[in-house]
Design a protein around this ligand. Structure first.
Ligand SMILES: C[S@@+](CC[C@H](N)C(=O)[O-])C[C@H]1O[C@@H](n2cnc3c(N)ncnc32)[C@H](O)[C@@H]1O
Length: 181
C-alpha cells in the first residue's frame, strides 16, 4: 500500500467519508448495478467478491454470501454499518492489487468503478483472475473518461482475461463480463 497515488486515493475517500460518498454517488452507482446484475444469473450458493466495495451499496443488494474489500477504512466503516444485520457479508480493509485471499474461491468477482484509482490495473485484474474459480466470472466496469475502448480491452487482454460480453451503449462506463483465458 506504498505509492503516493495510493496514499492520495485512500485519503481522498477517507476524507470524503461514507455519508458524503453515498449522497454524491449512490444513485449513479445503483444504475450501474442494475445493468451489471442483468448480465449474470446469481445463484444462492455463490460466493462473491466486491473488489473496491466502497460503502457496500452493491453488497446490500446481493442475496448471496459476499466479501467486500476496500482500501478506505472510512468507507468500510460505513459498509459495516450498512451490512451489520447480515450474517453473510465480510468486509476487509485491503489493497485490490494484493488481495489477502487464497486462490480459486469466488464464483463471481465484481469490480465497479475501481480501475481508475489504481497504480497497476493489470496487477489488480490478475488478482481478480487468481481468486475467481476457473468456471467463475468477473464483471468489471471502467469509466469511459479514464479509459478508451482500446485501452480497456488491452488491459483485460494483458491480464489474460477473455471478454464474454461488453455493454457498449452505456454513456459513462465500460461494463464487461469476463472469464479467464
Ligand atoms: C468510485 S468508488 C466505487 C466504490 C464501489 N464499487 C461502488 O460501486 O460504490 C472507488 C472505490 O475504490 C476504492 N479503492 C481505490 N483504490 C483501491 C485499492 N488500491 N484497493 C482497494 N480499493 C481501492 C476506493 O476506496 C473507493 O471505495
Amino acid at each position: 500500500m506504498g505509492s503516493n497515488k495510493k496514499k492520495e486515493i485512500r485519503e481522498f475517500y477517507d476524507q470524503l467519508g461514507g455519508r458524503l460518498y453515498d449522497i454524491r454517488y449512490r444513485d449513479e452507482q445503483k444504475i450501474k448495478y442494475g445493468k451489471l446484475l442483468n448480465m449474470i444469473h446469481l445463484k444462492p450458493h455463490y460466493l462473491i467478491l466486491d473488489d473496491g466495495c466502497g460503502t457496500g451499496l452493491l453488497m446490500k443488494s446481493l442475496k448471496t454470501y459476499a466479501v467486500g474489500i476496500d482500501i478506505s477504512g472510512n468507507l468500510i466503516f460505513t459498509a459495516r454499518k450498512r451490512l451489520k444485520r447480515r450474517n453473510y457479508a465480510s468486509l476487509i480493509i485491503s489493497d485490490a492489487e494484493e488481495l489477502p485471499i487464497r486462490s480459486n474461491i469466488f464464483d463471481i468477482v465484481f469490480s465497479v468503478t475501481l480501475l481508475q484509482n489504481l497504480d497497476d490495473s493489470v496487477k489488480s485484474l490478475k488478482e481478480m483472475k487468481r481468486v475467481v474459480k476457473e468456471e467463475g466470472k468477473i464483471i468489471v466496469t471502467a469509466l469511459k473518461k479514464a479509459f478508451n475502448e482500446f485501452i480497456f480491452k488491452k488491459l483485460l487482454e494483458t491480464a489474460c482475461l477473455k471478454i464474454n460480453e461488453i455493454v457498449l451503449d452505456d454513456a459513462f462506463d465500460w461494463m464487461a463480463l469476463i472469464s479467464s483465458c
